[in-house]
Design a protein around this ligand. Structure first.
Ligand code: SAM
Length: 156
Protein backbone atom coordinates (compact mmCIF):
# COMPACT_ATOMS: atom_id res chain seq x y z
CA UNK A 1 0.00 0.00 0.00
CA UNK A 2 1.35 3.41 -0.86
CA UNK A 3 1.51 6.02 1.84
CA UNK A 4 -0.49 8.82 0.28
CA UNK A 5 -3.61 10.38 1.72
CA UNK A 6 -6.87 8.57 2.26
CA UNK A 7 -10.37 9.87 2.13
CA UNK A 8 -12.74 7.85 4.22
CA UNK A 9 -15.93 7.79 6.17
CA UNK A 10 -13.78 5.80 8.65
CA UNK A 11 -10.63 7.95 8.60
CA UNK A 12 -9.62 7.00 12.14
CA UNK A 13 -8.62 3.58 10.78
CA UNK A 14 -6.27 5.18 8.28
CA UNK A 15 -4.85 7.50 10.93
CA UNK A 16 -4.29 4.55 13.27
CA UNK A 17 -2.16 3.02 10.54
CA UNK A 18 -0.09 6.21 10.37
CA UNK A 19 -1.61 7.40 7.12
CA UNK A 20 -2.56 10.98 6.36
CA UNK A 21 -6.34 10.87 6.32
CA UNK A 22 -9.31 13.02 5.42
CA UNK A 23 -12.79 12.07 6.60
CA UNK A 24 -15.92 13.38 4.90
CA UNK A 25 -19.62 13.13 5.63
CA UNK A 26 -22.47 15.34 4.48
CA UNK A 27 -23.94 15.42 8.01
CA UNK A 28 -22.34 17.97 10.37
CA UNK A 29 -23.32 15.84 13.38
CA UNK A 30 -21.47 12.81 11.97
CA UNK A 31 -18.35 14.91 11.51
CA UNK A 32 -18.63 16.34 15.05
CA UNK A 33 -18.81 12.81 16.46
CA UNK A 34 -15.87 11.65 14.34
CA UNK A 35 -13.78 14.64 15.42
CA UNK A 36 -14.52 13.88 19.07
CA UNK A 37 -13.54 10.21 18.68
CA UNK A 38 -10.32 11.10 16.88
CA UNK A 39 -9.42 13.63 19.59
CA UNK A 40 -10.09 11.03 22.32
CA UNK A 41 -7.70 8.66 20.59
CA UNK A 42 -5.04 11.30 19.93
CA UNK A 43 -5.30 10.83 16.16
CA UNK A 44 -4.54 13.56 13.65
CA UNK A 45 -7.27 13.47 11.03
CA UNK A 46 -8.73 16.19 8.84
CA UNK A 47 -12.51 16.18 8.68
CA UNK A 48 -14.83 18.04 6.36
CA UNK A 49 -18.56 18.31 6.04
CA UNK A 50 -18.62 17.45 2.34
CA UNK A 51 -20.85 15.87 -0.28
CA UNK A 52 -19.26 12.64 -1.51
CA UNK A 53 -20.93 13.28 -4.86
CA UNK A 54 -18.69 16.36 -5.25
CA UNK A 55 -15.25 14.99 -4.34
CA UNK A 56 -13.62 16.56 -7.41
CA UNK A 57 -14.14 19.97 -5.82
CA UNK A 58 -11.76 18.97 -3.01
CA UNK A 59 -8.92 19.54 -5.51
CA UNK A 60 -7.04 16.59 -4.03
CA UNK A 61 -6.31 13.01 -5.02
CA UNK A 62 -5.93 9.94 -2.87
CA UNK A 63 -4.32 6.50 -2.96
CA UNK A 64 -7.12 4.90 -1.01
CA UNK A 65 -10.77 5.62 -0.38
CA UNK A 66 -12.64 3.76 2.36
CA UNK A 67 -16.41 3.65 2.27
CA UNK A 68 -18.28 2.06 5.15
CA UNK A 69 -21.99 2.31 4.53
CA UNK A 70 -22.25 5.13 2.00
CA UNK A 71 -22.70 3.30 -1.33
CA UNK A 72 -25.72 1.38 -0.04
CA UNK A 73 -27.60 4.53 1.00
CA UNK A 74 -27.38 6.12 -2.46
CA UNK A 75 -30.20 5.81 -4.97
CA UNK A 76 -29.48 4.66 -8.53
CA UNK A 77 -28.83 8.15 -9.91
CA UNK A 78 -26.59 9.19 -7.03
CA UNK A 79 -24.69 5.91 -7.26
CA UNK A 80 -23.68 6.86 -10.82
CA UNK A 81 -22.73 10.38 -9.68
CA UNK A 82 -20.73 8.95 -6.78
CA UNK A 83 -18.65 6.67 -9.03
CA UNK A 84 -17.82 9.67 -11.27
CA UNK A 85 -16.99 11.68 -8.16
CA UNK A 86 -14.67 8.92 -6.94
CA UNK A 87 -12.98 8.63 -10.31
CA UNK A 88 -11.86 12.25 -10.01
CA UNK A 89 -10.03 11.71 -6.72
CA UNK A 90 -8.58 8.19 -6.80
CA UNK A 91 -5.12 8.13 -8.34
CA UNK A 92 -4.46 5.60 -11.13
CA UNK A 93 -3.64 2.33 -9.38
CA UNK A 94 -5.35 3.55 -6.22
CA UNK A 95 -8.03 1.53 -4.49
CA UNK A 96 -11.61 2.06 -3.38
CA UNK A 97 -12.66 -0.24 -0.51
CA UNK A 98 -16.37 -0.51 0.09
CA UNK A 99 -18.48 -2.20 2.76
CA UNK A 100 -22.17 -2.42 1.91
CA UNK A 101 -25.22 -4.49 2.85
CA UNK A 102 -25.44 -7.47 0.54
CA UNK A 103 -28.40 -9.15 -1.09
CA UNK A 104 -27.64 -12.09 1.24
CA UNK A 105 -28.98 -10.05 4.17
CA UNK A 106 -32.62 -11.01 4.83
CA UNK A 107 -35.36 -8.49 5.47
CA UNK A 108 -35.94 -5.02 4.11
CA UNK A 109 -35.19 -2.71 7.03
CA UNK A 110 -32.06 -0.62 6.84
CA UNK A 111 -30.17 0.30 3.70
CA UNK A 112 -30.52 -1.13 0.21
CA UNK A 113 -29.23 -4.61 -0.46
CA UNK A 114 -26.51 -4.61 -3.10
CA UNK A 115 -25.76 -7.48 -5.49
CA UNK A 116 -22.30 -8.35 -6.78
CA UNK A 117 -23.67 -7.59 -10.25
CA UNK A 118 -24.60 -4.04 -9.23
CA UNK A 119 -21.08 -3.47 -7.94
CA UNK A 120 -19.57 -4.84 -11.15
CA UNK A 121 -21.88 -2.72 -13.31
CA UNK A 122 -21.16 0.44 -11.31
CA UNK A 123 -17.41 0.01 -11.76
CA UNK A 124 -17.41 -1.39 -15.30
CA UNK A 125 -15.60 1.56 -16.89
CA UNK A 126 -12.33 2.99 -15.63
CA UNK A 127 -12.01 0.49 -12.82
CA UNK A 128 -10.91 -3.13 -12.25
CA UNK A 129 -12.61 -5.21 -9.60
CA UNK A 130 -9.90 -6.76 -7.39
CA UNK A 131 -12.29 -8.70 -5.17
CA UNK A 132 -15.79 -8.87 -3.79
CA UNK A 133 -15.83 -10.95 -0.61
CA UNK A 134 -18.68 -11.81 1.75
CA UNK A 135 -18.30 -10.32 5.19
CA UNK A 136 -20.33 -8.98 8.11
CA UNK A 137 -20.88 -5.27 8.74
CA UNK A 138 -21.36 -3.96 12.27
CA UNK A 139 -24.75 -2.40 12.91
CA UNK A 140 -26.05 -0.72 16.04
CA UNK A 141 -29.33 -2.66 16.23
CA UNK A 142 -28.07 -6.26 15.96
CA UNK A 143 -25.00 -7.63 17.75
CA UNK A 144 -24.55 -10.28 15.04
CA UNK A 145 -24.24 -7.59 12.37
CA UNK A 146 -25.54 -7.71 8.80
CA UNK A 147 -24.36 -9.74 5.82
CA UNK A 148 -22.28 -7.50 3.60
CA UNK A 149 -19.83 -7.29 0.73
CA UNK A 150 -16.29 -6.00 1.00
CA UNK A 151 -15.41 -4.85 -2.49
CA UNK A 152 -11.94 -3.70 -3.51
CA UNK A 153 -11.84 -1.78 -6.78
CA UNK A 154 -8.74 -0.43 -8.52
CA UNK A 155 -8.67 2.78 -10.58
CA UNK A 156 -7.17 2.08 -13.99
C1 SAM B 1 -25.03 4.13 7.04
S1 SAM B 1 -24.25 5.65 7.55
C2 SAM B 1 -22.58 5.10 7.75
C3 SAM B 1 -21.84 6.00 8.69
C4 SAM B 1 -20.38 5.61 8.99
N1 SAM B 1 -19.58 5.60 7.79
C5 SAM B 1 -20.29 4.29 9.71
O1 SAM B 1 -19.64 3.39 9.21
O2 SAM B 1 -20.85 4.17 10.80
C6 SAM B 1 -24.21 6.54 6.01
C7 SAM B 1 -23.54 7.89 6.14
O3 SAM B 1 -23.45 8.43 4.83
C8 SAM B 1 -23.62 9.83 4.94
N2 SAM B 1 -23.97 10.34 3.61
C9 SAM B 1 -25.11 10.13 2.92
N3 SAM B 1 -25.06 10.77 1.73
C10 SAM B 1 -23.85 11.39 1.68
C11 SAM B 1 -23.22 12.20 0.71
N4 SAM B 1 -23.79 12.51 -0.46
N5 SAM B 1 -21.97 12.65 0.99
C12 SAM B 1 -21.35 12.34 2.15
N6 SAM B 1 -21.91 11.58 3.11
C13 SAM B 1 -23.15 11.10 2.87
C14 SAM B 1 -24.69 9.99 5.99
O4 SAM B 1 -24.70 11.30 6.54
C15 SAM B 1 -24.30 8.91 6.99
O5 SAM B 1 -23.44 9.41 7.99
Amino acid sequence: MRSGPWVAPRPRLAATLGQEALGVDIAPRAIEQAEAKAADRGLEVRFLVWDALRLAELGEQFDTVLDCGLFHVLDDADRVRFVHSLAAVVLPGGRYHMLCFSDRQPGESGPRRITQGEIRTSFAEGWDIDSIEPTVIEVTYDPSGALAWHAVVART
